[in-house]
Structures are given as C-alpha cells and as structure tokens.
Design a protein around this ligand. Sequence first.
Ligand code: PHE
Length: 445
Amino acid sequence: MSAERGHWSSRVGFIMASAGSAVGLGNVWKFPYVAGDNGGGAFLIIYLGCVLVFGLSLVMAELAIGRVTQLNPAGAFRKLGGRGWAMVGGMGVLTAFIILSFYIVVAGWTLAYIVFMAGNTFGGLDVEQNTAIFTQFVSSPIQPLVYAAVFTLMVIGVVLGGVSSGIERASKWLMPLLFILLIILAIRSVTLPGAGEGVAFYLMPDWSRVTGATWGGAVSQAFFSLSLGMGAMLTYGSYMSRQQNLARDASMVVGLDTLVALLAGLVILPAVFSAGFEPGAGPGLTFMTLPAVFAEMPAGALFGSAFFVLLAIAALTSAVSLLEVVVSYCVDQKGLSRPAATIGAGAVIFVIGIPVSLSQGIWSDITIAGKSFLDLADFITASVMMPVGGLLIAVFAGWVMGPRAIEALKSHPDQALPLAGLWLFILRFVAPLGIAWILIQGFFF
Ligand code: PHE
C-alpha cells in the first residue's frame, strides 16, 4: 500500500497544492462579505490573531500527523491513538462530503458567471436587476446543476491524475495564474474613483461593531479558509517527505492563504464603495454587486470574466483537496482503486449536491432551524464540525502525542526548533480552551 502511495515531487509542488487547498471560495467569496458584515478592519485584526495562534499551530499539527503516519485521516488517528480516535478522522471524511455538497454548487455559479460576464449580460444594469438575474439563475432547477456537474467532472479529472501528476501539476499552473489575476484586479479596484472610502472601511477598525459573534465568525472563517479540522492538511501532509522543513513550509502556506484573503478584500470592498453600494450585502455580494461594479468600469466584461475565472480556479484546487480526503480514505481503509474511489465519491457528492442546489429555488421552503440546505451545510461544517475537529486535533497532538508531536515535526532528529515548546503549549492549552470558549460564546450569546 505505502509503496504505491503518491508523493509530492518537489517542495514548491507541495506548497502550491496546499495553498491551492487553502485558497478557495472561503478567501474570495466568503472573506470579504464576512469582513464587510463585521466592521471591516476590526474583524481583520481578530481574524489575523486567530490565524496566527490557532491556524498556524493546527496546520503544523495536521501536516505532522499525516507525514509521520503516511495515512489518510482515519488511518492516521487510529495508528497513533487507537480506535476511539479514528472517529476524529472519520468525522473529517464526513465533513469533506458535506462541504463538497455545497462547494460544487457555488463553484458551478462561478462557472456560469464566467459565461455571463463574457457575454456582457450585465451591461447597463443596476444592482436590483443583477439581483433578479442571480436569483432567477440559482433558483432554476436544471441550469445550476449542469454547471455543478461540469465543475465536479473537472475535480474528478484532476484527482484521477493522482498526487504528483494530477493535483501537484494542476496547482503549479493554476496558483500562479490566480495570483497574477488577483494582483491585476486589486490594482484596478483600488485605483477606481472613490475607492479610498472602501479601503478605509476595510483597514480602519470599527470596534463598536465587534460582538461575541464576531469572534465566532473569525474562528470559523480561519478554520474554513485554512482547510483545517477535517483532515485535508493531514492528507496532504501524508504525501510529504521526511526531509521537508515542515514548520517553514506550513508558515508559507498559511501566509499565502492570508495574503490572498487580504487581497480579495482589497479587490471587492473598494470596488463596491466606488460604485456606491453597501458592503453588508452578505453572500450575494460577489454575485449580485460585483457584476454591476464591473459593468460600469472600462473593459468591465474583461475584468469581470477574469474575476470569475480566478474564483473558479480557487474553488477547483480546494475541491480537489476535499475529494482527495475521501479518496485517500477509500484507498487506504477500504482497499478501493484510485479511479473507482474518485469516480464513485464524485458521483455521490453530485447527488448530495442536488438538494443543496434545489434549496435555492423550488425547495426553498424546506428549511431546518431556519436555514436552507446550503446555509445549513455551510454552518454545520464551518461553524461546528471544523472548529470541533480542530479542538480534538489540538488535544490529540498536545496530549496524546505530546513530545512525539515535536519529533514528528522535525525533518531530521537533531533539527533545532526553538519555538517547539510554545507550539506544544498552544496545542495543549491555548487552542482547546480558546476554541471551546469561542464556540460556547457563539452558541449562548
Ligand atoms: N479552504 C477552502 C476555502 O477557503 C475550503 C476548504 C475547506 C478546502 C476544507 C479543503 C478543506 O475555500
């Protein structure tokens, strides 16, 4: 089994693939509207704190657990901690299914918007008219599902290629392209007339808008954005070689993910202000407001399509890592072949995506706790399963592995890791208590 297990062919390949997992709809679609809803700059500072304290430590822990076991999440926890802990890995695989069920739907929308933008569908329309177009599109029963199917096939195509010639190769092309598009768009956006107000809103903290919910929002955003708490980083770590400097490369991945989120905010919020729109438009911000913004700028159809291409690339490399969690589980634990696991899991995910897509239209009356299937899948994973998974992984690395975790982090037995003691302290105390406190506060206040 392990003889055939794939590996990254280079350090850069690993970094691109892992940054590809982290950089996704979370950064470009979610982050700007969550920051917009929560007071801009103040949210930014809290978010950066969460990333630095919880995020980086947990990315390192997951990668180290994956690398030392060379196994999928369920196999890895079982090997190091016994049967009971294997459930944490199993929960991760389940989380991957649920995230994918809405990820393919929203990613499908981005594919559709590339087409709409290129066809100049939004020329001369205002936000109300755009909103109507968006609502009509997402609520129609068939069209969004066709796009979701196309996206799912793309994900399957990459994962079928395997670790180095599928995932790594695709990421090495797509991630640099994404950075280039993002930088061009950020420059375009901050130089629009009136953009300064948006930049100020984004960067100047307004502490009066910070509540307990802001903290919860920052933690779930950090977990979602860094692909944490459900075994994606663990799985990618299992394809790493022992020689790689794990702490350094993990910091690179976390840094890139954070940079992209910050830049995405700089693309979206100044553009929104420049066009005189509200930053608190919620999940629709990207799809309803931006097309109107692009429609008003010179060469808007071009910039607009470029933006949705960027979003689709970000979504693709993330969805690939989500599917890889499921595939590595089916291959390691159930003995399936990679093609059978990839195609089978892809088909199941598409089927679960059907009600999620329909929940935006003909099934919008069906709600659970006031949430549509899409909101529910997002909420359960990002706000519950991922933070809880992260808490358990911190406890596992800090207490069950303890000093063994530090050994797993080293690339050779006498590598000096001056901050290893601090890392273990965070995993043992700060992360479990901090995450628990924030979760409880989110639920009860
Ligand atoms: N990190 C991805 C994003 O920001 C989502 C993701 C979550 C990917 C979990 C893999 C695993 O969109």
